[in-house]
Design a protein around this ligand. Structure first.
Ligand code: HEM
Length: 191
C-alpha cells in the first residue's frame, strides 16, 4: 500500500511540476514581451513567473524524492543525480535529470542575479528553453500514464501554450532581446 502511495505521489507531483513548469515558461515569454493590459499589469506577470517557478521546485523535489524511495522503480540516489545511470527507463529518466540540471542553473542564476551579472544571467536563462522540452520528453517516455487519454490532454495543455508563446516571441520580438531581457532582469527599467 505504501509503495502504491509513493508511485501515485511520483506521478502526481511529476504532472503538477510539468504543468507549473509550462506556466513558468509561458509567463516568462509574456514578461519578456512586456505584454500588459489595464486589468493585468506587467508586475503581476513578473511576480507570477517568480512565484510559480519556486512552487514548481517544491513539487519537483517531491517527484524526485518519491521516485528515489519507490521500491518498484528501485531508482536510488545515483540515478537521480547522474544522467542515464538509472536502471529503470535509463534514457527517459536521464533526460529528466538533465532537465533538472538546466533548470537548477536557471534558478540559481536568477536568485543570484545581482551577483552573476546580467550577461551571464541572460545567457543561462536561455537554457529554460531546453530544460522544458527535456522535461516533457522525459514525462512522455518514462511515465506510466503516457498513453492514457487524460495524460495526452495534459501533454496538449503543456505543448499548445508553449508553442503559441514561443511562436509569438519569435515572430514579434526578433532583434529586441537586449532591451527586453534587460527590463526583465531589472524590473524598474523600461517598464
Ligand atoms: C532527477 C530528475 C528526475 C527523476 C529522477 C525523475 C523520475 C521519474 C520517474 C522514475 C518517472 C516514472 C514514474 C512512473 O512509473 O510512472 C517519472 C515520470 C514523470 N516525470 Fe520525472 N523525474 C525527474 C525529473 C522530472 C522533471 C524535471 C519533470 C517536469 C518538470 C518531471 C515530470 C514527470 C512526469 C510528468 C512524469 C509522468 C508521470 C505519469 O505518467 O503519471 N520529472 N519521473
Amino acid at each position: 500500500m505504501s509503495t502504491q502511495i509513493l508511485w501515485f505521489a511520483t506521478r502526481g507531483a511529476g504532472i503538477v511540476s510539468m504543468l507549473l513548469f509550462t506556466a513558468v515558461v509561458v509567463l516568462g515569454v509574456i514578461t519578456t514581451m512586456r505584454w500588459q493590459s489595464d486589468r493585468w499589469p506587467r508586475f503581476l506577470t513578473v511576480e507570477l513567473h517568480r512565484t510559480i517557478s519556486l512552487l514548481s521546485v517544491v513539487f519537483l523535489v517531491v517527484h524526485i524524492l518519491t521516485a528515489i524511495l519507490d521500491p518498484f522503480t528501485n531508482l536510488g540516489l545515483a540515478a537521480a543525480l547522474v544522467p542515464f545511470a538509472s536502471s529503470y527507463r535509463p534514457l527517459w529518466v536521464g533526460l529528466g535529470v538533465l532537465s533538472v540540471y538546466l533548470g537548477v542553473a536557471v534558478l540559481v542564476t536568477s536568485l543570484l542575479r545581482e551577483r552573476v551579472g546580467l550577461r551571464l544571467w541572460r545567457a543561462v536563462h536561455w537554457l529554460a528553453y531546453a530544460s522544458w522540452p527535456l522535461a516533457l520528453v522525459h514525462s512522455i517516455g518514462s511515465g506510466s500514464d503516457a498513453t492514457a487519454t487524460w495524460m495526452l490532454a495534459v501533454d496538449a495543455l503543456c505543448v499548445v501554450p508553449v508553442a503559441i508563446a514561443v511562436a509569438w516571441r519569435l515572430i514579434y520580438a526578433r532583434g529586441s532581446n537586449r532591451s527586453v531581457l534587460t527590463s526583465v532582469a531589472e524590473p524598474g527599467r523600461g517598464a
